[in-house]
Design a protein around this ligand. Sequence first.
Ligand SMILES: O=C(O)CCC(=O)C(=O)O
Length: 277
Amino acid sequence: MTLEAASFSDAYAEAIEAYECDGVVCLRKAVSAEWLTVIEQGISDALSGGSADLDIVQIKGDTGRFSFSSQAWREVEPFRRFIFESPLPDLCWPFLRSQTLTLFYDFLLIKEAGSNSASTPWHQDQAYYPLQGRKIINCWTALDPIPLETALRFHRGSHADGTIYRAVNFADVEQNYKHARFERPVTPDIDHDSDAVILSAAMEPGDMLIWNGCTFHSAPGNTLNQRRAAFSINWTGDDVTYEDVPVLETYRDPSLKTGERIEGEKFPLVRPMVVTV
Ligand SMILES: O=C(O)CCC(=O)C(=O)O
């Protein structure tokens, strides 16, 4: 699934095809060193009180913590700059094959060295969202070298039929997720499915994974002696509508009704730009 960025313009169409076929693609050197510095400034701001929605978790027995924050762009200026002023929107937009590009939310995830237990179970992002539609992507930029031991894993092609499975509880997969929708099928046992093809790629800072909201993925904890951080942006396209169901506050906009397009103050339309005269 990896793609070297050497002849980027030729490879771009192939990357979109790979994304559509596999449900995930890795773009090498997608974010420049200058923009990575801006993101690091955002992390520093977020961790020093700039982001209200910041969780810092220390699991018993681990030496390192893991931290995560979503919708921080609303308060953290460097994140806002990266999302709205960098080449990022134009890089991501074609993957949606959409007339529009809407920012759903940003997500910062830092697994410190020794956050061994901070694993991420198999899940589909869209299982947690109050959204209907197929044009939903997660664009996940590595901020540190990420070797295969701590890399994300993807079940190739698992996005293809658009089935949304029941959301799992990240803290304990044996327990029900608090907003689980019991009418949905349970998450398949991918680790014991001999037909499942698992894609994974070691990454360098600035490499970006793009995956579909229905693609199953998981990740191990960080057993290494180095930080493993990523900043991801979740975008939606022109077929996506809101569904007024119980979800986490970060994904909710109480001003929206079921069936409405999700653009608004919380989920801004980024392309095409709205020009006011
Ligand atoms: O990097 C990880 O450990 C998990 C990331 C993830 O699953 C996500 O952002 O949806």
